[in-house]
Design a protein around this ligand. Sequence first.
Ligand code: ZN
Length: 330
Amino acid sequence: MSQVQTARGPIDSGALGRVLIHEHIFLMDTEYTFNYRPDFFEDRTIADAAARLNALKAAGYDTIIDLTVLGLGRHMPSIAKVAALTDLNIIVSTGLYTFNEVPGPFAFHGPGLMHDVPEPMIEHFVRDITEGIAGTQIKAGELKCAIDAPGLTRGVERVMRAVGQTNRITGTPITVHTAPREQTGLEVQRVLAEEGVDLEDVIVGHCGDTDDVDYLMKLADRGSILGMDRFGVDFTITTAQRVATIAEMVRRGYADRLALSHDCTCWSDFFPTVADYNRAMPNHHYLHIHQDVLPALREAGVSEADLNMMFVANPRRHFEGTAQRFAARS
Ligand SMILES: [Zn+2]
């Protein structure tokens, strides 16, 4: 057992229950929101989000990891309001999401830069984990960074190393957004291992966007959990392909290395309205896995024990194992 931070305070890792490992609640460009989307600040935004999360809880899911960090519009006052209206555990994250450069506030200060100081991101991330985020009591329980098609740019590498070092300082597990077509998960494992991160502390995100089983086995063999985490995003790969790939990985003995999710959101300014979002991506909602994917996985031969491993045991191990390894070396 270990303690896991949620938006409503710490819980025991044994209470995580069924977990969706990669979701969002609000996903936006905060500057755009403040300038052009006054509707975000209407009470119904919070009420709508709580209703969707309560429906997920009612379907038998207990926890989501909300991977909305800097660069994706993290807005903790809104998360706090939603958390007060739902019994679903919301694990919030710290880190930074960029595919290229670091944002302006980090461009000129940091190691070797114009204002030559120790990496300021680490101080931010550690404070989010140990003290709370943006003046709230809410502490981050997960670290997050990204590497996409542009690969290991200067900015991406800087963030990834800061995330790795924060894992070493705090014992917080990591999720990384990756681009499986470019096999960037391998780069993630190389860089984080160089920072001393145990690769079992890591979820390699968006692995479900490929059906390249050899690539997936390579990542899994180094101990990381693979995020099969974009169910409902139907334009990169079909749901049938996503299901078949999981079934094949399970058949090859990798059920203990897989975790499922949607990467969806209650609100996103990627579309002008929530209705537009729902029209454009009709399956991209919190209940898609429960309603459509589970029957397909069972049909493909995945057992209840395998499903329990992927939804309960693996996420629990992600937090517990990381905490235990941290305790053992401190
Ligand atoms: Zn995401």
